[in-house]
Ligand binder design. Structure first.
Ligand SMILES: Cc1cc2nc3c(=O)[nH]c(=O)nc-3n(C[C@H](O)[C@H](O)[C@H](O)COP(=O)(O)OP(=O)(O)OC[C@H]3O[C@@H](n4cnc5c(N)ncnc54)[C@H](O)[C@@H]3O)c2cc1C
Length: 414
């Protein structure tokens, strides 16, 4: 293993997401004794996760095994539980066995991402599915197919069928919008052919507490999405606050029960539990407050980036773009710092935002251009194809798109 026994600084990175992975990939790894601590042994390209729900791309096509391209990095599969900043050690629980182990560090980078926020709404933990991991994508896909199987049972009245085939997505941000669009595509482009008698009972409802969808996008693009959804048959309920999620539906402020068979909760980000236990400065939203150099104040050699860190005022958004740029920046900064060279503060370069809105259409909210429709969808696809981290990912995703186009998506329930 590179680094063992050498007099190189011990760098420990927590988390193999956009931030941690890009940092380790860009680092001059031969100059560091680098360890990655990660509960999963791969990097996940989340922007295409909604497409994995519906099988437009295969889950494996958007994963990159952590060990393959991070040569020279020791990968330990575990969850960081505590950090002793005096002794400079991280204590972890093994991802598979739960066994405890600890790892010493000279430099620590915290890049543990975010959890899904439930805003204290009762029933979210018990009765909803989330969309943040491979397991989530698989559970949603299975859940949709299960509801069709349940709706086919003979003897149900139309109301029961309708309830089982109502899919509610809570949260009108990019994840909720893309998930609603993909589920709607799956039902109407694919499932409808296998269950022609049930297709007209199926509906997708997108619920958003605020007055509009996609608040981080340009207003005109958000309005376009609303009209596009209405035309396509996705019901949008804005200014509809969810007060509870029950076994058979979503309760809205005012008392209405939106009866449904499956609820997907896309409510936004919350802090991962590790952060509160670290004793480091946190923002009111529970993110780690960092300096313009992504360092943690009064903790030399400790850095944080990506969704778990709040850099700048107001803090930069929790996006892959920010996390990736911060990872690349910190790789350069650490290498330069080691070589005794000066380091500039981190500067974010906004490249714009993209979202898939279903029916072969997308949004591109770019610094100089606001674009929607089919052309934006081709752009969306080509951007993500170039952003996928490895040539293997790119080839697999391209092949998946072609496969889905030629043969349709697979509807086997497993
Ligand atoms: C469905 C979906 C779609 C998205 N689409 C887009 C998009 O189109 N564009 C965009 O810019 N952003 C998108 N995002 C947001 C983007 O994924 C995040 O902003 C980005 O992943 C943040 O990178 P990160 O490195 O901070 O965290 P992550 O990529 O989440 O990685 C954090 C890693 O830390 C690990 N971890 C957690 N706790 C611990 C611990 N205690 N010890 C060790 N490791 C730990 C996690 O397992 C994870 O691997 C999307 C997110 C989702 C869920």
């Amino acid at each position: 293993m590179a680094g063992e026994g050498a007099d190189r600084p011990r760098l420990v990175v927590l988390g193999c997401g956009f931030g941690g992975y890009s940092l380790l990939y860009d680092l001059h790894r031969e100059r560091w004794d680098a360890t990655l601590i990660t509960p999963r042994n791969y990097f996940l390209f989340t922007p295409l996760l909604p497409s994995a729900v519906t099988g437009t791309v295969e889950v494996r096509s958007i994963l990159e095994p952590a060990r393959r391209r991070l040569r020279g990095v020791r990968v330990l599969e575990g969850l960081a539980e505590t950090v002793d900043f005096e002794q400079r050690r991280v204590t972890c629980a093994g991802a598979v066995s739960g066994e405890r182990f600890s790892v010493p560090f000279d430099t620590l980078v915290i890049a543990v991402g975010a959890a899904v926020a439930d805003y204290g709404v009762p029933g979210v933990a018990e009765h909803t599915l989330k969309l943040a991991s491979v397991e989530d994508a698989r559970a949603i896909r299975r859940g949709i197919l299960e509801q069709f199987a349940r709706a086919e049972i003979p003897g149900l009245d139309p109301e029961q069928v309708r309830q089982r085939l109502t899919f509610v997505v809570c949260g009108g941000g990019p994840t909720g919008v893309e998930a609603a669009a993909e589920i709607h595509d799956l039902i109407h482009e694919e499932i409808a052919q296998s269950y022609p008698e049930l297709a007209s009972s199926a509906r997708v409802v997108l619920v958003e507490a605020l007055g509009r969808l996609l608040t981080s996008f340009d207003q005109a693009l958000a309005e376009y999405t609303l009209q596009h959804f209405k035309r396509g048959g996705i019901e949008v309920r804005t200014s509809a606050k969810v007060t509870a999620v029950e076994k058979d539906g979503v309760r809205l402020l005012g008392g209405e029960l939106l009866a449904c068979g499956l609820v997907l909760w896309a409510g936004g980000n919350a802090a991962v539990p590790l952060l509160a236990s670290l004793g480091l400065p946190l923002t009111p939203r529970g993110r780690l407050a960092v300096t313009p150099f992504l360092g943690v104040a009064d903790h030399p050699g400790v850095y944080a980036l990506g969704d778990c860190a709040a850099a700048g005022e107001p803090p930069l958004p929790a996006t892959a773009q920010v996390a990736q740029q911060q990872g690349e920046y910190l790789a350069r900064a650490l290498d330069r710092g080691r070589a005794g060279r000066t380091v500039q503060p981190f500067k974010f370069k906004a490249a714009g935002m993209l979202a898939y809105i279903g029916g072969g259409q997308a949004l591109a909210d770019l610094p100089k251009v606001k674009w929607s429709g089919r052309g934006a969808w081709l752009f969306w696809r080509s951007v993500y194809l170039t952003k996928l981290v490895s040539p293997a990912n790119k080839a697999k995703v391209l092949f998946d798109w072609l496969k889905a186009r030629l043969f349709g998506r697979d509807l086997s329930r497993f």
